[in-house]
Ligand binder design. Sequence first.
Ligand code: 2HG
Ligand code: ZN
Length: 466
Amino acid sequence: MTTFNSISDDIVRQIRNIAGEAFVYTNRNDLEKYSHDETEDLRYFPQVVARPQTTEQIAQLLKLCNEHFIPVTPRGAGTGLSGGALAVNAGLVISMENFNQIINIDERNLQATVEPGVITQVFMNAVEEKGLLYPVDPASKGSCFIGGNVANCSGGPRVVKYGTIREYVLNLEVVLPTGEVIWTGANTLKYASGYNLTQLMIGSEGTLGIVTKIVVKLIPKPTQNVLMLASFTTNEQACGAVSAIFRAGVIPSTVEFMERRGVEWVIEHDNINFALQDGIAAYLLIEVDGNNADVIFSECEKINTALEEFECKDILFADSSAQKEELWNMRRIMGVSVKSNSIYKEEDTVVPRAELPALIKGIKEIGAKYGFESVCYGHAGDGNLHVNIIKAGMSDEDWNTKLKDGIREVFELTVSLGGTISGEHGIGLVQREFMPIKYPDINLALMRGIKGVFDPNGILNPGKIF
Ligand code: 2HG
Ligand code: ZN
């Protein structure tokens, strides 16, 4: 394990020389914004923050830190939920906020080259203006950076049909911890030339290198969609209905689960005009998209029939784009409203889709055993549930001690159902102690070995993943 050095005045001077005086912070007030992300209330102050503007500057910064054993934490927009951007060993934070250019949108090849500090929504809008689609839209799309999406292997509500960011990234420019700059692959749809370093970088949470350019694939934008909200009397029925939709021969562009409590809190938090019916425990927000209205209509009918078996009480079809927006908004802001209502811990579970009823039932049983309540919602079509554990009546002591065992049981259940401990939020700092639930020593040793090849001095985002 590396013993890190703190940053001396002389090295601060060198950092300023590289990144430019105005782009380096050392003052506590300026550092505050970089001391946290969206993970609980965790705070770790870096010693220095640099906001470089070029790949060459990042190369020089990494080379300098590598030579002096200074820890470096790469940072996107700070919207992460697993503490991946926290500077747990202080040192230098390299913020990617100035890498905010869309370099090109290549309509001939349906590709784009983009810098990592571009806000995901800004990129999506630019692509849509050309009639194209970049479908990877996590709930935080209005504020997160596409570079952070690469680092965490982000998904969002359309993964079920369109896949995660893994399906879209073709090639990456990366600065290695030693200061060397590489392209990981080719700007092609296929790749059979050795190990796939592009895919290795995706989801590596800033532990292997710093991404400075991203080449992504684009697709034609479907012209039509139908959005519906189906209501169920139990969580298990709603979760059970999910796999039935696919068995009926439809791949919707979204199947999102929302537990009643989450919907109630969204209504309160955002003053939304939505009438919750008595006796409804959970909702599925389902979207079907495509280019042919007849096909979409027949897919909706198939979904309708599939849901009947699961005591679906009602299906609301959004009849205007304003209503669609309202329903989407309800789902997207759920995380924020739950968190503004209670002290919480957020766990990101994913299982094979048909195991969802067992997962939700088990989560509630574990909650009853340990005395915690939970609000679950998320990307049911992917088998991915975000489990927000809320403090409610739990004593401080139980919250700080007993809860850990409860969370461990939730992950043990998830893994026993064939799943894993994060679908799309990453491992970062807060889930790393749970990695051995999923991976035996041999897998973890392989991961550490890969880390050592890229980052022999272990300076890049230390304390994350394992
Ligand atoms: C979502 O699906 C995001 O809403 C955020 O992944 C989840 O804030 C959360 O818990
Ligand atoms: Zn999510």
